[in-house]
Design a protein around this ligand. Structure first.
Ligand SMILES: *[C@@H]1O[C@H](CO)[C@@H](O)[C@H](O)[C@H]1NC(C)=O
Ligand SMILES: *[C@@H]1O[C@H](CO)[C@@H](O)[C@H](O)[C@H]1NC(C)=O
Ligand SMILES: *[C@@H]1O[C@H](CO)[C@@H](O)[C@H](O)[C@H]1NC(C)=O
Ligand SMILES: *[C@@H]1O[C@H](CO)[C@@H](O)[C@H](O)[C@H]1NC(C)=O
Ligand SMILES: *[C@@H]1O[C@H](CO)[C@@H](O)[C@H](O)[C@H]1NC(C)=O
Ligand SMILES: *[C@@H]1O[C@H](CO)[C@@H](O)[C@H](O)[C@H]1NC(C)=O
Ligand SMILES: *[C@@H]1O[C@H](CO)[C@@H](O)[C@H](O)[C@H]1NC(C)=O
Ligand SMILES: *[C@@H]1O[C@H](CO)[C@@H](O)[C@H](O)[C@H]1NC(C)=O
Ligand SMILES: *[C@@H]1O[C@H](CO)[C@@H](O)[C@H](O)[C@H]1NC(C)=O
Length: 754
């Protein structure tokens, strides 16, 4: 039996989110009764804050740069070379066998990302050309792509080969040989396979419009729906056959929002699929992943009821009940992690939102407390001291293991937790959930990428750790259920699920920032620079460098007076907010309601964050935070390429070249006074989470603790604090620079104090 360890928060006051503007006792019941009498049936309980439709958001500033880095990294290239997407069984190929989950995972991220890139007019990915005139990346000289020829022929010049490829449906790349001055030989390619060195040859990939990739997959899937209604491959007859359709349903819903002209067709396809699934579920109920993750299917059913019920409310509500009945009992599981479900890390991350999903289906107010309780419980049992993640290297760790910050967390659990906490915020309105979603988005998600260029999104990990002194193939390792390469950076270390699933991280987060509210207004649940088109006209412009800056300006252009609910994070207890220059109250840990009139209103917020030192369950270690960011000691890596894939995709092993065994000098009475913040801010155009030129840093003083050693090739658990009470046992005081956790590849984030 697991002991229940209590979180001890010594320095941070964690405010309990108070829901403003959403009377949980009365409003949903009134709405329920009103809708019920209109439709003589059940109705959904409205969310506290309903996300704007996909297609409403235009990212700007650092956020646009980050999303473009994602689109121009793995997200926009997997369909060009990674068999599980490129030749997927979902589009008539034979890759992505078994669970058939990889293309669905990828679509769940690229459908919303395509909408963001289109709105920002950044849809065209950098296109390689040999004419040198465009300034775009040039043809890779001396490289021949062998095999996979669609055709080959002589052309007059390199651009003619390019044009042929553009105009040939299956062509995704071409090779030219221009040794001969009179003519160029041109090979059109349908896949990117083995590379070979060859003089005169030059290889060019046709990336084109990023959104065209999503269009191609979605239209293939819709056009190949079976007469029965089933979508996609149909070679599994077990209760696990449903699971990969859940992210397909969510992708279709987002695609319908972003492409209103196709919404009716998509609604019909989704309903037909649900009818077929319902039929099959009578004789073959959910099992395995389907049973663990049914809340995602329920989310899609709720979307259909709300957006395209097609007069089928009765069927859809009974299907929703069936889905719930066949989904594991996560409500019991999260009370003490003994029965009802299982400790698989990604299942737990995904299931965090189950009570929120069931609340919308049932209006059962107990579900709200259930959501709050599970967040406390998963932190208490499995949370790491930094408050960013819970320990899940495949399975949840033994409770005692979270004292060991070298243990890892899977990337799929990172993005699923983000989406779950955002959904919980959207449904229940508690700021606590939005705080956590943002903490994961601005720390864990960027931290899991490495490259010698710094800050791009080509090479990711399966497992990331808070204290990570190397990212090497370690046969002896501290993680318990994953392979020796699980902490290396690459195309698909350990297992390919996260290569497909990471795509949803930023792109779904972008769509959970601005919401409509039940009182006819707008809510802002997170901060990132963007513009949102408001329903019924008008727009909201969020102007900020946050989390690299402390101020936010919100310009609301409204056609009518409306309330705006503004999240003030729990840590922002000195925040100052003004509406058109007049100060209004800004309470930390709450949604703060302000009124705007018709026309343009400017809301300014100064979040005034203080440096915070957090201990979560032990006084032995500290983590350093400011605003939404965790700060870590970066370790300079030595990169070794251990695998080469097309484009810039590489497998990398990283070894430390700099000292990491530090204890921080902290004044126990006033820990934050020991640090100095250097707020350079974000420089337009740069990679936001670069690994060298950091936007913001903190300087501190520290001493080397020579006794801090290794355990199973990782940093051992931090030594007991105070680590240097015995003055002879530590090195001299030195200055160290702490940087955003998201801008590190190797680091120490939980440290002892000297
Ligand atoms: C082929 O593609 C180019 C664009 O690269 C376009 O200008 C041209 O009209 C196309 N030619 C044909 C025959 O479709
Ligand atoms: C091609 O040759 C260059 C120079 O000899 C070498 O650096 C490179 O690794 C070779 N590339 C391949 C794919 O063989
Ligand atoms: C765990 O919680 C369930 C449901 O609340 C309860 O029935 C069970 O006794 C608890 N088990 C333990 C070991 O605490
Ligand atoms: C926001 O509104 C203020 C006041 O109306 C205006 O000065 C400013 O230019 C606006 N900013 C943007 C980016 O629209
Ligand atoms: C906002 O408007 C509402 C209704 O018009 C009013 O009751 C409320 O007092 C106003 N709040 C503020 C802070 O002005
Ligand atoms: C980097 O690693 C390589 C291969 O392990 C080694 O040969 C080289 O000396 C290392 N360089 C540094 C600066 O540590
Ligand atoms: C990160 O910064 C380095 C050094 O300034 C630069 O060379 C590199 O291009 C940057 N990375 C990206 C993705 O912009
Ligand atoms: C201090 O360090 C010395 C030398 O390492 C050791 O002998 C002694 O036991 C230590 N004292 C304490 C209180 O840890
Ligand atoms: C550490 O930084 C402080 C403040 O900038 C400076 O005065 C001091 O000399 C530095 N100490 C060392 C050992 O570099």
């Amino acid at each position: 039996m697991m002991p229940l360890l209590r979180v001890v928060v010594l320095v941070v006051a964690v405010a309990v989110g108070v829901v403003v503007g959403f009377n949980v006792d009365a409003a949903p019941l009134d709405q329920h009764e009103r809708f019920a009498s209109q439709r003589k049936g059940r109705s959904l309980t409205p969310r506290a804050y309903e996300p704007l439709p996909v297609g409403s958001i235009t990212p700007k500033g650092w956020f646009l740069r980050q999303l473009k880095i994602q689109a121009e990294g793995l997200s926009g290239h997997l369909a060009l070379f990674w068999p599980d997407i490129m030749s997927s069984s979902w589009i008539g190929g034979n890759a992505d066998p078994g669970l058939h989950e990889r293309t669905p995972y990828w679509l769940n991220g690229v459908v919303p990302l395509a909408a963001l890139m289109k709105n920002a007019h950044e849809d065209q990915l950098a296109q390689a050309r040999k004419d040198g005139s465009s300034g775009d990346p040039v043809c890779q000289e001396g490289v021949d792509m062998m095999y996979s020829d669609l055709t080959d022929l002589d052309v007059s010049r390199v651009n003619a080969c390019h044009d042929l490829c553009v105009n040939t449906t299956a062509c995704i790349a071409f090779v030219v040989d221009d040794c001969n001055k009179d003519k160029v030989h041109c090979w059109l390619k349908y896949a990117i396979t083995a590379k070979n060195n060859a003089t005169c040859r030059c290889f060019v990939t046709m990336t084109g419009a990023f959104s065209a990739q999503a269009d191609k997959y979605i239209s293939y899937i819709l056009q190949h729906q079976k007469p029965s209604g089933w979508l996609g491959p149909d070679d599994d007859k077990s209760g696990n056959m449903y699971w990969s359709r859940f992210p397909v349903m969510l992708s279709l819903a987002m695609y319908a929002e972003a492409n209103p002209s196709q919404a009716a067709t998509i609604g019909t396809a989704m309903l037909a699929f649900m009818k077929e699934a319902s039929k099959r579920m009578q004789s073959t109920p959910f099992s395995d992943w389907s049973a663990a993750r049914g809340m995602d299917m329920a989310l899609a059913v709720e979307w259909l009821i709300k957006n395209h019920p097609q007069g089928q409310d009765d069927f859809l509500f009974s299907f929703l009940d069936l889905v719930r009945k066949q989904t594991w009992d996560w409500e019991t599981w999260f009370t003490n992690f003994t029965t009802g479900a299982n400790p698989h890390g990604v299942n737990n991350a995904q299931a965090l939102k189950s009570s929120a999903v069931w609340f919308v289906a049932s209006g059962d107010e107990k579900m709200h407390e259930s959501s709050r309780e599970r967040m406390r419980n998963i932190d208490d049992y499995y949370g790491f001291a930094s408050g960013v993640l819970f320990c899940a290297d495949e399975l949840l760790c033994e409770a005692a293991e979270r004292k060991f910050p070298s243990r890892g967390t899977e990337l799929c659990a990172v993005v699923e937790s983000m989406f779950s906490y955002n959904t919980m915020f959207s449904v229940h309105g508690d700021v606590l959930f939005a705080d956590r979603a943002e903490r994961i988005a601005y720390n864990a998600l960027p931290a899991t990428w490495a490259s010698p260029a710094g800050g791009d999104m080509w090479n990711h990990q399966y497992l990331q750790a808070l204290n990570e002194i190397n990212a090497a193939v370690n046969d002896v390792h501290v993680w318990t259920h994953d392979g020796p390469d699980a902490e290396t950076y690459g195309l698909a270390p350990n297992y390919g699920c996260c290569t497909a699933n990471f795509n949803q991280g930023w792109s779904k987060f972008a769509h959970m920032i601005v919401f409509t509210t039940q009182d006819g207004g707008i809510a802002i649940g997170a901060y990132a620079p963007l513009k949102a088109a408001l329903p019924g006209g008008g727009e909201m412009d969020i102007i900020t460098d946050y989390p690299f800056g402390d101020t936010v300006t919100i310009n609301v252009t409204a056609h009518r007076a409306m309330p705006v609910h503004v999240r003030i994070p729990s840590w922002a207890y000195d925040a100052v907010m003004a509406v058109d220059g007049a100060r209004v109250s800004a309470t930390a840990g709450q949604m703060n309601k302000v009124n705007v009139s018709a026309g343009t209103t400017t809301i300014t917020i100064n979040l005034n964050p203080k440096i915070r030192v957090e201990h979560w369950f032990s006084e032995e270690t500290i983590s350093v935070h400011r605003g939404a960011l965790l700060f870590s000691l970066p370790i300079t890596p030595n990169y070794t390429v251990i695998g080469v894939h097309p484009f810039q995709s590489r497998d990398l092993q990283l070894l430390p070249t700099t000292e990491w065994r530090y204890a921080l000098k902290v004044d126990p009475a006033d820990p934050a006074s020991s640090f100095h913040f250097n707020g350079g801010g974000y420089h337009p155009g740069t990679a936001p989470f670069n690994h060298t030129s950091w936007a913001v840093t903190i300087t501190a003083q520290a001493r080397v603790v020579p006794t801090w050693g290794l355990e199973k090739n990782s940093a051992a658990a931090p030594p007991a604090s105070p680590a240097c009470s015995n003055t002879s046992s530590c090195g001299p005081l030195v200055n160290v620079t702490l940087v955003p956790f998201g801008g590190t590849e190797l680091r120490i984030s939980e440290m002892p104090w000297a």
